[in-house]
Design a protein around this ligand. Structure first.
Ligand code: GUN
Ligand code: ZN
Length: 431
């Protein structure tokens, strides 16, 4: 049976990191490219006419001038916050107490968790996102709900039970021991099964006692191939609170390090207001900084100086932080990342932005050998972008002098209307 599919269009490929070498030397667009898919994987990326001749049996899908890119990888999100995204008028701690915790409490109902997990994966697929690292809720079945829904789609998802044993409502608190036991059981059940990847998930230092932090640090030491995801230095009030809760700590990052929660497989969401010592330490251990720019403006947290961290060779990912972030769209997130860097006098190139949203995030999750680039052997997780998706973008594209100008207009002004198609493991799940 013929299972091969050939997607033709403009193809985007990478041969290096555009934060380490000039983007022109490592990010390539083939105006007449093609990607051959077979059995859920990418077989080869090349020139359309050549691949058509070499693989006449393949079913061809022509995307014209659309841009065929790797599917977007959202490196920090909260799927349980899907239904309360865009909640008005609060900063971080009030926002958590007013909107987030009541919504997460609804996940005590496994059916609600399953319904939101499905809705979330539909919404993200419509936005070209093929993998995400999502926080779940305190309820173990909220992890089952997302992994289960992803498994049905052949989708690679990272998630973990959110652990909190203080400074949270009664119905959203676990204990040091139950957090350890429940997380361990979920790792045994899910981690590495199909495409599921478990992340040990202390929400952030204020909602875990030192005992819980230590228990999760021990669990990570016992399962070193798991990821660990949390929040770091998002708002100045939060940092003050952490200082009062952990008087011995040198700084916020040290609250994690002191409990075995600092490492290269650690994902530190936000990381906006870092001290020089924290930056040095993250650079030393290659801890992952996950940039959440729509959230950082929506909740009023600040503008991350991403180029400064890139200059220190800290591995970086890009993320929506739904629903602190105001969008499910990684295109909107790339636009916000551009704007945040402009606050620091730096202009990120479109090639750097799209690399961050794909290979950068995939590398941050230690999954770059399977996703995040159109590379032979990788999963066929693909987003196809219409570079003329709205009147406003189309008239700008008509004026543009290069394909990169076209791409930049879509990154700055595009949204789900720009997503022509989304493929997961070789299956078109959207478009
Ligand atoms: N810090 C702790 N929990 C959260 C959360 O759910 N969203 C954001 N943006 N920051 C947090
Ligand atoms: Zn978050």
């Amino acid at each position: 049976m013929n299972t091969q599919t050939l997607l033709t269009g403009q193809t985007l490929t990478f041969s290096g990191n555009p934060f380490e070498i000039p983007w022109e030397d490592c990010i390539h667009i083939n105006r007449t490219g093609a990607v051959l898919l077979d059995a859920g994987r990418i077989v080869i990326v090349g020139d359309a006419e050549t691949l058509k001749t070499q693989h006449p049996q393949a079913k061809t899908i022509s995307y014209g001038d659309d841009l065929i890119c790797p599917g977007f990888v959202d490196a920090h999100t909260h799927y349980p916050q899907t239904a309360m995204i865009a909640s008005w008028g609060k900063r971080l701690i009030d926002w958590l107490n007013t909107y987030t915790f009541p919504e997460e409490a609804r996940f005590s109902d496994p059916e609600y968790a399953e319904a939101i997990a499905t809705r979330y994966l539909d919404l993200t697929a419509a936005n070209g996102t093929t993998t995400m690292a999502s926080f779940a809720t305190i309820h173990p079945h909220s992890v089952d709900a997302l992994f289960g829904a992803a498994q049905k789609r052949g989708q690679c998802v990272v998630t973990g039970k959110t652990c909190m044993d203080r400074n949270a409502p009664d119905d959203l608190r676990d204990t040091a021991q139950s957090a350890y036991d429940d997380s361990k059981a979920l790792i045994e059940c899910w981690h590495g099964k199909g495409r599921a990847q478990y992340a040990i998930t202390p929400r952030f230092s204020p909602t875990s006692t030192p005992e819980q932090m230590s228990a999760l640090g021990a669990l990570w030491a016992e399962n070193p191939d798991c990821l660990m995801q949390t929040h770091l230095s998002e708002q100045t009030d939060e940092i003050e609170w952490v200082r009062s809760l952990y008087p011995q700590a040198r700084d916020y990052l040290d609250t994690y390090e002191a409990h075995g929660l600092l490492g290269a497989r650690g994902l530190y969401g936000h990381s906006i207001h870092l001290t020089p010592r924290e930056i040095d330490r993250l650079a030393e251990v290659k801890g992952r900084v996950i940039h959440c720019p729509t959230s950082n403006t929506f909740i009023g947290s600040g503008a991350l100086n991403l180029p400064a961290l890139a200059a220190r060779h800290i591995p970086l990912g890009l993320a929506t932080d739904t629903g602190g972030g105001s969008s499910f769209s990684m295109l909107r997130t790339m636009a916000a990342a551009y704007e945040a860097a402009q606050h620091h006098g730096q202009a990120l190139h479109a090639a750097q932005l799209i690399w961050l949203a794909t290979a950068g995030s995939a590398n941050a999750l230690h999954l770059g050998h399977e996703i995040g680039s159109l590379t032979a052997g990788n999963y066929a997780d693909i987003a196809v972008l219409d570079l003329k998706s709205t009147q406003a973008i189309n008239q700008r594209a008509n004026r543009s002098g290069s394909v990169w100008e076209d791409v930049f207009a879509t990154l700055m002004m595009g949204d789900d209307r720009a997503i022509r198609a989304t493929w997961i493991a070789g299956v078109a799940v959207h478009g």
